[in-house]
Design a protein around this ligand. Structure first.
Ligand SMILES: Cc1ncc(COP(=O)(O)O)c(C=O)c1O
Length: 448
């Protein structure tokens, strides 16, 4: 049996074995009904203790991946079919053998065992009111845990009473747009089209703010209610907002009474230097800070947080109440537990090493001939090309899905002199397919 065991940095033997088995069942490499080796044999083969193998098997039986019956050994359980999502997404997923689109982390690295422990503990210790309607801002346990975490990890000034827990960044953006009652919102160009659409559908008008090699051009901000920026690692170009621009954007907010919306979606992942602190720490009265667990844990959790200036707390909490009462409470308690036990920090640290290694592999494979930008941080980089359309056609022919600058402009189409590039999400593929995905990328770029 080939389990493709990949011991992760910071991951114990048992956790590594559990993950390898879980991945093998999910990928179909271990078919339903297939019998697993006896614990003693696998322990011998892997050079680990039999107790470790037994504990891993027990855990996966508890999670439903394996079944164990006296006399029949341990076998792979039949999993329910995976819902592939909307037909269009399913078709794309089928066609692309390799996925280097930006957006998701390596969800195969989700810390399932730690999350299960945190959930168990959360449920075991939750007071009964936790199962009732609660504060629209979210559970105080999580707001308190985040207050400490954001202060030490991101330099955010975040008293618990100014935090609102949301269903991801996207809900925070939607709530804020509603609170601004149809105001004009400046958004980075290039930026994520989905987020522009969220603003529009919640009654906001979107205007572009250009991005250059020093980040969003703050001096071009005119008369608008708010500006949404990604200062730590601009999406999609990857540049870090220059200190002068950080100052200029703060000056604009103070002079015009405008609001800065800081999207800190991947701020934890900085590789070459000390993390760049959040903008919010410099101007807590002008900045709405938005964070998310989508990159550190996984988008499926739908857990995000807003840190608000005092004058916006009540209005945003009211908008949240009238949207969905509050975010689901038990997941919030589990995340609070994960942070308080430092398992969250450990996981982020291990992921940072993993993604840094992947970033280095990307640079190594592309060599000096390619200009790659945005490499100091995050889970994606921008690889400059001369002709996006040509490279994309080659990528498609090779079964490689990859992002590109062209899909991020406010006004689509050419535009003379616009830079062109691939937006490569190197965090997305599962660990074992990443090298092959890189090979295909190199081949596609090499021929272009
Ligand atoms: C620029 C940007 N902001 C925020 C997010 C996180 O969004 P959410 O928390 O809604 O999953 C993402 C995720 O891909 C992103 O690319």
């Amino acid at each position: 049996m080939d389990l493709h065991l990949e011991a992760d940095v910071g991951e114990g033997r048992r956790a590594g074995l559990e993950r390898a088995l879980r991945d093998a069942v999910r990928d179909g490499r271990l078919a339903p009904g297939e019998r697993l080796p006896a614990t003693r044999r696998l322990a011998d083969e892997l050079g680990i203790s039999r107790n470790t193998v037994k504990a891993a098997y027990d855990q996966l039986v508890a999670e439903g991946y394996l079944t164990a019956r006296q006399g029949a050994g341990t076998r792979v359980a039949a999993l329910p079919p995976v819902d592939a999502g909307p037909p269009e997404a399913a078709a794309r997923a089928r066609e692309a053998r390799f996925d280097l689109r930006p957006g998701s982390p390596d969800v195969g690295a989700f810390p399932a065992a730690a999350w299960l422990r945190a959930l168990r503990r959360a449920i075991a210790t939750a007071p009964s009111p936790a199962y009732d309607y609660g504060d629209p801002r979210g559970r105080i346990e999580l707001r308190t845990a985040l207050s400490g975490y954001l202060g030490r990890a991101r330099g955010v000034i975040a008293p618990p009473e100014r935090i609102v827990i949301t269903s991801g960044y996207v809900q925070g953006l939607a709530l804020l747009t509603r609170v601004l009652e149809g105001g004009v919102i400046a958004m980075e160009d290039p930026g994520l089209p989905f987020h522009r659409e969220v603003v529009r559908r919640n009654g906001g008008a979107v205007v572009p703010v250009p991005v250059d090699e020093r980040g969003a051009c703050a001096e071009e901000l005119g008369d608008c209610s708010a500006v949404v920026v990604t200062p730590a690692h601009q999406y999609p170009t990857g540049v870090t907002l220059h200190p002068e621009r950080r100052r200029a954007i703060g000056d604009w907010a103070r002079a015009r009474g405008g609001l800065i919306v800081e999207d800190d979606y991947d701020g934890e992942f900085r590789y070459d230097r000390q993390p760049v602190g959040a903008l919010q720490g410099m101007a807590p009265g002008q900045v709405v800070y938005l964070g998310t667990a989508s990159k550190t844990l996984g988008p499926a959790l739908r857990l995000g947080w807003m840190v608000l200036p005092p004058h916006l707390v009540d209005a945003v909490a009211d908008a949240k109440l009238h949207s969905d009462h509050h975010t689901e409470s038990i997941g919030q308690l589990a995340l609070a537990e994960l942070i308080d036990s430092h398992a969250y920090d450990r996981h982020v640290r291990a992921c940072r090493l993993r993604y840094r290694r992947r970033r280095d592999q990307l640079l190594d494979r592309l060599g000096a001939r390619r200009r790659v930008r945005g490499i100091a941080a995050g889970l994606h980089a921008l690889v400059e090309v001369d002709d996006e359309a040509e490279v994309l056609a080659r990528a498609e022919a090779e079964g490689l899905a990859v992002g590109h600058l062209g899909e991020h402009w406010h006004t689509p189409g050419g535009g003379e002199g616009r830079p062109q590039g691939l937006v490569v999400g190197y965090g997305t593929p599962r660990e074992r397919v990443y090298p092959e995905a890189l090979e295909v990328l190199v081949k596609v770029l090499g021929r272009a």
